[in-house]
Design a protein around this ligand. Structure first.
Ligand code: AVJ
Length: 313
């Protein structure tokens, strides 16, 4: 199950239709570029979810119906910017809870911990760097109820069978009555979505090409970044945004660390990411299929995004 970086990259680049896993975008540098994406006006997801978590935190906390103390585990916390408003509300209400942000970037967790300790001195925070499921499994032993946060539309990165598998794994590692607050980006005007992912500033391009730089560094490869470009496309029927790296020339790249070479055709594509958009009825169906019950949906005023509150039945 634990494929290494080298194995995953080689497998993806050896396929007839080349692909690379988007989870590898997030080295320290990639996590920083993702912060830049979240700050672009076109990337509406940030503001939509921020609005939900700041304007509706009272309703969200009410809907939990938890006894105190409880745990909040955030999967892929990043800079925790969106979650701040919810945490701030809980601290201001003197609600007794532990906040456990989890991320694969040590740098992101260090920054988050430092910032939260300054801004919310009353907060109980225990950051964890590493594997979601190991931490979730340990948390299942906790006597306190738990809220899992899987925000920011991270679920959109998974193909349907993988999304179901992941949600079933969450479910298995939760106690009856535990809740999951999960962010879904909703289907909307396709132009709005297209602009968020194929941005005019070239930031999302940098985010994608950074993966080639990471391969250069970690696998001693010789990708020439200027010989690659970026393309993203939204299909409003399926709800799929697909992102690609384009090879601008016929070229061969050496991966010295694993003694392999990869040949690219002129204009050949490498598929790098899926960012799936959902309709509310599709979210409902996904919850039921993975043994959850939907307690509530919290939408922003434009109806661009929902934080959906699920309960383990
Ligand atoms: C972090 C997975 C939610 O798919 O919207 C942003 C990543 N990719 N722009 C997304 C991303 C291109 C983002 N997620």
């Amino acid at each position: 199950m634990t494929n290494t970086f080298a194995q995953d990259i080689l497998e993806g680049l050896s396929a007839t239709e080349k692909h690379l896993p988007s989870k590898y975008f997030y080295d320290d540098n990639g996590s920083r570029i993702f912060q830049d994406i979240m700050n672009m006006p076109e990337y509406y997801l940030t503001n939509s979810e921020f609005e939900i978590l700041s304007m509706q935190c009272q309703q969200i906390v009410q809907a939990l119906e938890f006894s105190e103390p409880f745990n909040i585990l955030e999967l892929g916390a990043g800079d925790g910017f969106k979650t701040f408003k919810l945490l701030e509300y809980l601290v201001a209400q003197n609600i007794d809870f532990n906040y456990v942000p989890i991320d694969i970037s040590q740098e992101a967790m260090d920054i988050l911990e430092k910032r939260l300790k300054e801004r919310l001195p009353g907060l109980n925070i225990k950051p964890q760097v590493g594997d979601y499921f190991k931490i979730l499994k340990e948390n299942k032993q906790s006597e306190f109820p738990s809220l899992l946060l899987f925000l920011g539309s991270n679920i959109g990165n998974y193909l349907e069978p993988k999304a179901e598998e992941l949600l079933e794994l969450f479910n298995k590692n939760m106690k009856k009555g535990d809740k999951l607050l999960i962010g879904f980006d909703l289907k909307k005007n396709p132009i709005t979505i297209q602009q968020a992912y194929f941005d005019p500033h070239g930031i999302t391009k940098r985010f994608n090409l950074n993966l080639l730089l990471r391969i250069n560094r970690e696998l001693e490869a010789d990708f020439k970044i200027d010989d690659f470009d970026f393309f993203a496309h939204y299909n409003p029927i399926t709800g799929d945004v697909k992102s690609y790296i384009i090879s601008l020339r016929a070229q061969t790249v050496q991966l010295k660390a694993i003694n392999k070479s990869i040949t690219f055709d002129y204009n050949e594509l490498i598929w790098t990411e899926l960012s799936k958009k959902y309709a509310l009825n599709e979210i409902e169906a996904l919850a039921h299929k993975t043994a959850f019950k939907v307690n509530a949906n919290f939408l922003d005023c434009k109806h661009y995004f929902t934080d959906s509150l699920w309960e383990k039945g």
